[in-house]
Design a protein. Sequence first.
Length: 93
Amino acid sequence: MSGGYFNYKQNDIFEIAHMVNELIENNDEEYGYGYSGETITKFKIAFDILCQAGIMAQRIDCLVSGDDGEETFHQRWDEDLTNLLGEGLEEHA
């Protein structure tokens, strides 16, 4: 992967999403925080939005760094978000 327009900070967005997902998954475990269902619902919303934001930042990074042209940018944007919405986000619905 080249890119780098955002100094790879989009990876930080994905890392935060991963950490929020761990909070969700471990909430009811012995070492979890035991947050209410209402709070976990908001965590799930945040996870979804963070994943979308990470993808959007990655796609923009590839475009402005010259890795993708505009046609590829639009194609990958749609594909990545469709895949996320079709697969990744359903686990927390």
